[in-house]
Each structure stands twice: as C-alpha cells, then as structure tokens.
Design a protein around this ligand. Structure first.
Ligand code: GLC
Length: 480
C-alpha cells in the first residue's frame, strides 16, 4: 500500500511540473533564490518596496531602444565586404583589428543629431522611456568618460555628449532615460570579453593581440568606473541600466563588485543580463514574444524594426506598423513591456521608415492608450493561441501557435478587448468573471453603448458592422 501511495504522489508531482513546464514552455524564469556574495536590492527589498520601485515601469509598457555608435559609419559594410549579421557586431564578425576600428572615431561627427527631435519622436510614438547604448560591445563610449579616452567627446570631432543632451531633453519632455552598457564584452579594451556570435559560453575569443589582457582588471579599470560616471553624471537619470551578454568571465564575485555600486541607487531598475547568478529585475526576451509572458516576473521584449540594432544602410526589411502595433498589444496583454529599437545613421539621423512607423503607432496610442498604459495582463488567455499537441519548437518543447483575432488587457473596473479581426456576428466571450455594466468603442468619442447579452459566464457584444481601426479596434467593457 505505502509504495503505491508514494508512487501516485510522485506521478502527481511529475505531472504537475511537466504540464506547468509544458504549459509555460520556455517562459518560466528560474527564480530559485541564490546566495550572492553581496545581496542585491532584489534580494533584500520587500514585495511592497519592489512594487513601488517597478511601478513606473509597469505603467509605461512601451519604450525606445537606441543602438547608436561608431558602427553606424561602416553601416554593415567594411571595405566592400557586407555583414549579414546585426550591424553593431561588424568589428567582431569581420575580425577587424582594434587599431583599424578605433580609426573610425576621428571620422565620427554626427552633426545631424538632435536630442530634442529624438525625444520628441519617442514621445509622439507614445513611448514613456528611452534606453540608449552608452557603450556597446565595441568598447566606444557614447558619453564624456574620464575613465577611458575612447569616447565621443575626447576621440571625435563632435566633442559633444549625446547622453547629457538626451538627459536634458528627457527631463524637459517628461520621458524617462536609461543606459545600455556592455559590461562584459569589450572588443577594444585589453581583457574585455569577446566571443563569436551566439556561442555564449566559450572562453573569450580574441582576434587581435591588442585585446588580450586580464578580465578583472578590465572590469575594475574601465567598466565599473564608467558605470560610476553613468550613474552619477546625469542627474536623476538613468532609471534603468540595461546590461548585455554576460559570459563565464563574470563570476558571482566580480558581479558583486558591480552590484555594490548598483545598490547605491535604490530606485534603479536593471535587467537579468548582468551575470554572476544575479537575476536583476526584468526578463529580456529578444526578438520574440514569450507565449504567455513570465507570470510573476517583470519582463520586456526588445525588438528591432528591421533585422539589425545598429544602423545598416542596406537593411530595409522593416516590419509593418500593423505588426509592430499588434506586438505591443500582444505584449501588454501578457503583462510585459515593449522596447522597440531605432538605429540612427552616422549623421545622427533616424531612418525615415522608423520615424514613419513610430508616428503611426503614436497616432493609435493617442486614441487608445488607456487600453495599454497601466494595464495588467488578460483575464482570459486562450485568445493568444495554444500549444500544438503535435508540433515542437526548436528546443523540442510543444510549439505555441499564436492566434491573432483579439487580445485583452485589464484594469480595476475595465476590461479592454483589442480586436484585430472584426467579426461579422456578435463578439462572443466565454469565462467572463465580472459583471459587465456597459460596453463601447474606445475610439468612438460618444462612447455610445453597445447591446450586451450576458449570462453567468458568457457575454455577447453587438458590434457595428465596420471596425473603427483596421489594425486594432478597442472595445471597452465597464465592470463592477
Ligand atoms: C544582443 C546583441 C546585441 C544587442 C542586444 C539587444 O545581445 O548581441 O548586439 O545590443 O542583443 O538586445
């Protein structure tokens, strides 16, 4: 009897985990608490303190990522050789010697750069915060750094600090500012980490002797001093530090030296890419939207508008405004943020296709923003799609097959339905757990009531024959 009992228990446990894993394949972050050499704010703060610190981020939902640097000069091509990979990786992909790459700095003079225009563009797009690459993997600092002279003020004819100008404009225009910092990879500093694309775990791979050196020394003499400059020279900014590509070099001990600095900024938000077992505040799915978000974790899906982060003159494979806007809605319906990238060129100009799409998204958000900002995830779920009983994804896990008819976001007394595929008959809802008192179209300035038929768990909404917006028309359900 005893054996049978324990076997059933075991079976239940396995089933529970596998189905949960299957159900959330690929999207459950490992939140097992880890003991850190130095506890981070995430290890010490109370849930209420966390909620207060993350409140603006959860309200914001939509931000601008800016990848801009020396790599915008070759723009994907070096001495006639084009790279098929993301533009900011050209030095690594083509194994460009350090001296040759550094020789780009005297040629970098982006006089077309206007912090006012870029912040105004983000604002007109409905974006609430900006994260710009302060230093990318190539090691070039896009700010005034006393810690290292390979920077835009000291090493270029431009002699201006774009981060300082952006910080001033963000303050003026009420947009928050964060900094991306490649803490681990640095292809021009001796000892900086480097590896070949998407092969994150090998020991550092250097292609030029000038890159050789001690990693801990690089961290202590360049990365940490520059993080200090970024955290203390721009007033109440940054609100976010966006780390990237952690490698084995970043041991828990070395990472804790960075954390000791971050802990001095208790409001700061930083992502899950520092390394050294520190999980940070946010999951950062890149170039994809997780099937069902990350329940219980803050997350931010970062995405390019074409196929590159850094500017490439010949990459014209831009997503449509429809795709971008439905991505934003899909991400919000799963409780996440959308960090959408722009890649200014070497003059500091934002490519026209990116400006156009952002302005079109902004036009929609001006009318429908209340269905995105400050909302929480859907109270339904099956509308996003389902795991295929037969197909598997590249990790061998059940493949999630998205459906794109509608999404939903939630507020205390409102449920929003973002309808993509306008139904010819009444819009039917199952598992409606709240009493709906009124329904109307958000884009209808009169908020004329729509006819409703509600039972204990279903709701039918009589919609007008035509959608008000072909990309997404929002139906508001007032509830009590
Ligand atoms: C990857 C790329 C990096 C890019 C980042 C954006 O880590 O290596 O170039 O900045 O994604 O998420």
């Amino acid at each position: 009897m005893k054996l049978a009992a324990s076997l059933t228990l075991l079976a239940v446990a396995i089933f529970a985990t596998t189905s949960a894993n299957a159900q959330l394949a690929g999207s459950r972050p490992d939140t097992t608490p880890t003991t850190h050499p130095i506890p981070s704010i995430q290890d010490t703060e109370t849930p209420a303190q966390k909620d207060a610190r993350m409140a603006w981020f959860r309200e914001a939902r939509f931000g601008m990522f800016i990848h801009w640097g020396l790599y915008s000069i070759p723009a994907g091509e070096w001495h006639g050789k084009r790279t098929t990979h993301i533009g900011e990786w050209i030095m690594n992909d083509l194994s460009i010697p350090v001296a040759d790459y550094k020789a780009l700095a005297p040629k970098f003079n982006p006089t077309g750069f206007s912090a006012h225009d870029i912040v105004a563009l983000a604002k007109s797009a409905g974006m609430k915060y900006i994260v710009i690459t302060a230093k990318h993997h190539d090691g070039f600092a896009m700010f005034d750094s006393k810690a290292d002279s390979f920077n835009i003020v000291a090493a270029t004819p431009f002699h201006r600090d774009p981060l300082k100008e952006l910080a001033e404009e963000c303050r003026k225009q009420g947009v928050k500012l964060g900094f991306y910092y490649s803490q681990d990879q640095d292809w021009t500093a001796p000892g900086g980490a480097a590896y070949k694309t998407n092969d994150h775990q090998p020991p550092t791979f250097h292609w030029d002797k000038a890159q050789d050196g001690d990693y801990a020394t690089y961290l202590r003499t360049k990365a940490i001093p520059q993080l200090k400059e970024l955290l203390s020279n721009y007033g109440d900014y940054p609100v976010i530090i966006w780390f990237d590509t952690p490698t084995k070099d970043m041991t828990p001990e070395l990472a804790s030296e960075v954390v000791a600095l971050l802990n001095k900024y208790p409001k700061l938000i930083w992502n899950n890419r520092l390394g050294g077992t520190y999980k940070g505040d946010t999951e950062t799915p890149e170039q994809y939207i997780p099937a069902q978000g990350y329940p219980g974790r803050d997350w931010e899906s970062c995405m390019t508008m074409n196929d590159t982060w850094g500017y490439k003159s010949f990459d014209t494979n831009f997503k449509s405004t429809e795709t971008i806007l439905r991505n934003l809605i899909d991400i919000a319906s799963k409780g996440g943020n959308y960090l959408l990238n722009i890649g200014p060129d070497s003059h500091g100009i934002v490519p026209a296709p990116e400006v156009e799409r952002l302005q079109q998204v902004g036009t929609w958000l001006k009318v429908n923003g209340e269905a995105i900002y400050g909302t929480t995830s859907t109270s339904f779920g099956p509308e996003a799609g389902a795991f295929s009983p037969t197909e598997v994804d590249k990790n061998g896990k059940p493949k999630f097959v998205s459906t794109w008819n509608w999404r939903s976001t939630t507020k205390a007394n409102k449920i929003y339905l973002e309808v993509f595929n306008w139904p010819s008959a009444a819009f039917h809802l199952e598992k409606v757990t709240r009493k709906v008192t009124k329904a109307y179209l958000l884009a209808d300035p009169t908020h004329k009531s729509l006819k409703l038929t509600q039972t204990s768990s279903t709701l039918d909404i009589q919609l007008p024959s035509k959608a008000l917006d072909p990309i997404a028309t929002v139906v508001v359900l007032e509830t009590n």
